[in-house]
Design a protein around this ligand. Structure first.
Ligand code: GAL
Length: 938
């Protein structure tokens, strides 16, 4: 095949063996990872007919764009080239890979070359003979090269093109990056190998009887020592008393399948998946997905992730109470599924298919409905199912993502069921749901979820579900409902998590969802010594979608954002309600008791001390609520009850906190003030070395991605919150002071709305009392929101190292609709530590429900106390924060700090992609009152 045929071919790859299960056997394997020779071409069609042994070197697995050849490019929906299927532009980068492969004496063994992932299409030569092609970037392809192989050195060459016809099937929202990005392996298989292995490990939930059948391509014995099973492949075996597999109890059994010449070891789990009464049941019990969508990502290696990378992801997920993963939007490295089996996750395994870009063109020529693409699509489905079907963690197969509706889905579904009829099929983007066993939507509003929970007909206006055509969804009554994506975790946010979770818990039909998404896909680069995480547009792309690629719960360096802290508490497996003299614990595990949990009570005392003690709480069975008495000390301010792992688990050490509950008895007294003399002047207030300039009105914030709602505005029109703030020039307040009354009238450039303020600053026993009443004035537009209502102060001479301590929610940020993971207490840190550096700077770091705030200034301690308020403290004004496109563009030290003290704050919602701020968390013009005391503490 010539390179042009490789590029233009609509079909699957050629020459590969039938797909089969991935398992470990005693056959020899040679990992071909390492340095390969490389010859890059700007245009694939300029490459010589024979693949080259290039002068350059390249790391395999890896992407060439991250190794000095070309650059990564990011688009979300839109294709980065003209849509003219099957053609792709002539400017189609390619690369020839070469490496020597040392083979031992073959002794009649077969030589199989296995490619786990090559983006986008490849042609393979072994010792100068072409052996086949790969298509389906995230699918495994095996080639039998026995007849061309010899002991000693062999020459392996692979030509990879960046784009081919099948790029039209791979329009996932991620970086366009190419190359051999997953392992390449040589397998030396005996002439009679086990071939494909198919394990059916069913369990009857009523009797606990396991029903096992293992099929192999060769005659083989089947043994599970732990269960006393000794049988033959192809036999159905009934095994009493098996321990069923679930994420809460990922019970695996070692299965040995031994043929005459090859023996394999698999870890299997018994479980039965059924759909009954509009619910997905596993082992007879309904599941609730506390899920996340996960892509492969690494800031330096892109999608070339290692098993250790994946393990770290999954451990962090487990520690955050996540129990489900959707492998958006392609099959993962196969090791992910082994880890999911072992650690315990439900997995929706998704085929490598997304043709979202056609939605921009009214779905004209979408491959999903064109028979010419049928074989390619069916091949993708078969390769995934055959590879992954033995994993107990896989609970559903997904036909792909956002590929529209069309007849090829029927064949994909049939192909999956032919290989495995034990699991339901998922597909979201065909709103008839005729090819999906579940009803699934992305980004539905809370209101829509509630209606669906009640089996009411929902209309999908364009603003309820993105991209869905307007129309009614009914007749789906038999189907369980899941949110394959929700709570778009882009920048500050997402707001509304707890409200979703309440719906999931309330309506049996609504079986949870998958937060979008795990990673921010920032790609690291060096900017004058700073390690920067780039997003769309940072690599010279002419068409791109900016920072929409950075919408995850964890930073590119895999550090949890505040959203992950929140999610862990929203997904809490036990709900702890602390009353005056008793504790109530609701077990939210689906199947497990709370036996493995130890509880502690931490009491914060009026004198600032803290007492920690264990407490006995009866064991609660799954979904049961238990109570225990609690004696609260008379000098208690705050009681926190934590549920912790009593013993180490496979994913966290003993003592790991699973959940917590609190009761505030009363607020702490602020520390006693020193006898400082406060001076008030027209520009600010001072007490000795401590100086604050202001206060000015704060009604704006550096818009968050959710405030900007770029994508939603693009889809639905209308104005975002940030847009409406801009329209009123909330960022440009100015004041007129009434010379007679001293009353301040705040307004915004060019507008006639504002706030009237009565501000009193008066010395009180060693401190200064501030009393501010802000009353909205003027014809505010209907439904108008404000980012906040509060005061901004400038503190000269302070910087990122300035220490701060507060009583309120912490340590991490909280907004009215976020911060489930931010508990009440005393917290301290530096100003630098208060900042959350999102890839695109935006408002962040607000701490809520604060009643005492202490800031160390010039060796003294400024104490601000009063009615609970929210604050932020940073070296930048909102305008400076807003103007920066990357964190390193903000000077670390600006010689001053901006302190914002807010009476009210607007929620953040998830309008970056999904519903905006819920009405109860929206801030409309309203009267605001700040009653504070400023003091210098001893
Ligand atoms: C969905 C899509 C995801 C991602 C998300 C927005 O439409 O399935 O891949 O693009 O929106 O970040």
């Amino acid at each position: 095949m010539d390179t042009r045929a490789l590029i233009d071919g609509l079909g699957p790859g050629e020459g590969a063996l039938q797909p089969r299960a991935r398992y470990r056997s005693d056959a020899a394997e040679i990992d071909l990872g390492g340095r390969w020779r490389f010859a890059p071409y700007e245009r694939a069609l300029d490459a010589p007919e024979e693949p080259a042994r290039g002068d350059a070197e390249i790391q395999v697995p890896g992407h060439w764009q991250l190794q000095g050849h070309g650059a990564p490019a990011y688009t979300n929906v839109v294709f980065p080239f003209p849509v003219d299927p099957p053609h792709v532009p002539d400017a189609n980068p390619a690369g020839d890979y070469q490496r020597d492969v040392e083979l031992p004496d073959l002794d009649g063994r077969r030589v199989i070359l296995r490619f786990d992932g090559v983006d986008n299409a490849a042609q393979i030569w072994f010792n100068g003979r072409e052996v086949g092609t790969t298509k389906g970037s995230r699918n495994t392809h095996e080639f039998d090269v026995t007849q061309h192989a010899r002991p000693g050195v062999n020459d392996l060459r692979v030509r990879v093109v960046q784009f081919s016809a099948t790029s039209y099937l791979e329009d996932q929202d991620m970086w366009w990056m190419s190359g051999i990005f997953r392992p390449v392996t040589v397998l030396l298989l005996p002439e009679e190998s086990l071939g494909d292995l198919r394990v059916r490990a069913d369990v009857d939930p009523a009797t606990g009887e396991g029903i096992l059948r293992v099929d192999a391509d060769a005659d083989a014995s089947v043994r599970i020592a732990a269960l006393g099973v000794d049988a033959r492949a192809g036999e159905e075996i009934r095994i009493p008393g098996v321990r069923a597999w679930s994420p809460e109890d990922p019970a695996l059994y070692e299965l040995v399948v031994a043929g005459a010449h090859e023996s394999a070891r698999l870890r299997i789990g018994f479980r039965r998946i059924e759909i009954r009464d509009a619910q997905i049941l596993v082992n007879g019990i309904p599941v609730l997905f506390r899920g996340v969508n996960r892509h492969d990502h690494h800031p330096d290696r892109g999608r070339a992730v290692t098993v250790d990378d994946i393990r770290e992801d999954l451990l962090l997920m487990k520690r955050s109470n996540v129990n489900a993963i959707r492998t958006s939007h392609y099959p993962p490295r196969p090791e992910l599924l082994e880890l999911a089996d072992e650690l315990g996750f439900w997995v929706i395994d998704e085929a490598d298919f997304e043709s979202h870009g056609f939605s921009e063109l009214g779905e004209r020529r979408n491959p999903v409905d064109d028979p010419a693409w049928r074989d390619a699509l069916v091949d993708r489905m078969r390769r995934m199912v055959a590879r992954d079907r033995n994993h107990p963690s896989v609970i559903m197969w997904s036909l792909g993502n956002e590929s529209g509706a069309g007849r090829n889905l029927a064949d994909m579904r049939a192909a999956a069921l032919e290989l495995d009829d034990s699991r339901p099929i998922h597909y979201e983007r065909d709103y008839s749901f005729r090819y999906s066993d579940v009803f699934s939507l992305m980004y539905p509003t809370h209101e829509a979820v509630e209606k669906i929970g009640r089996f009411e007909t929902v209309t999908l206006p364009r603003h309820a579900v993105i991209l869905a055509d307007e129309g009614e969804l009914s007749g789906l009554d038999a189907k369980p409902f899941i949110l394959c994506e929700y709570a778009h975790a882009m920048g500050t946010g997402p707001g509304g998590l707890e409200e979703y979770q309440e719906l999931f818990r309330h309506y049996p039909r609504v079986q949870g969802g998958f937060v979008w998404e795990w990673f921010e896909h920032g790609i690291a680069y060096d900017a004058g010594g700073a390690r920067v995480h780039g997003y769309g547009g940072d690599f010279g792309e002419t068409v791109h979608d900016g920072n929409f690629v950075a919408d995850g719960l964890v930073s590119p360096e895999r550090v949890g954002r505040p959203a992950l802290t929140d999610l862990a508490q929203v997904f809490r497996p036990v709900d702890i309600r602390v009353g005056e003299n008793r504790i109530e614990v609701e077990n939210r595990f689906e199947r497990s008791s709370t036996e493995g949990i130890a509880y502690t009570v931490t009491t914060l005392l009026a004198d600032g001390g803290e007492v920690d003690e264990p407490i006995e709480i009866p064991v609660a069975r799954a979904r049961e609520t238990v109570t225990a008495p609690l004696l609260t000390r008379p000098d208690a301010l705050l009681v926190t009850v934590s549920a912790r792992l009593a013993a180490a688990s496979a994913w966290a050490p003993a003592g790991h906190e699973l959940a917590w509950g609190q009761r505030l008895v009363r607020l702490p007294d602020p520390p006693a003030g020193a006898d400082a003399v406060w001076a008030v002047d027209p520009r600010g207030i001072s007490a000795g070395v401590v100086r604050l300039e202001g206060p000015t009105l704060g009604a704006w914030r550096a818009p968050t991605d959710n405030d900007r709602a770029t994508r939603m505005v693009e889809l639905r029109g209308g104005v975002s919150d940030a847009g409406s703030w801009k329209k009123l020039n909330l960022h440009a307040p100015a004041v007129w002071t009434d010379p007679d009354t001293g009353e301040r009238r705040w307004g915004f450039a060019g507008r006639d709305v504002g706030f009237d303020e009565r501000l009193a600053l008066e010395p009180v026993d060693g401190g200064l009392a501030l009393d501010a009443r802000l009353t909205p004035r003027g014809p505010w537009p209907e439904g108008q929101t404000l980012a906040r209502i509060g005061h901004d102060w400038v503190i000269p001479g302070a910087g990122p190292r300035t220490r701060v301590r507060w009583f309120g929610r912490g340590f991490r940020q909280s907004y009215p609709d976020t911060g489930a993971g931010a508990r009440l207490g005393w917290f301290e840190g530096s100003v630098a530590e208060l900042q959350e550096h999102y890839l695109r700077p935006q408002d962040n770091g607000v701490r809520a429900e604060v009643s005492v705030l202490e800031i160390e200034l010039g060796g003294r301690r400024l104490v601000i106390s009063g009615e609970p308020f929210s604050f932020s403290l940073r070296p930048w004004t909102d305008a400076e924060l807003d103007a920066a496109n990357h964190p390193h563009e903000l000077a670390a030290d600006t010689g001053r700090l901006i302190l914002s003290i807010n009476a009210h704050v607007h929620g953040v919602g998830t309008a970056a992609c999904g519903p905006g701020v819920l009405e109860q968390h929206r801030l409309h013009p309203r009267e605001a009152h700040l009653a504070l005391r400023f003091a210098i503490s001893r």
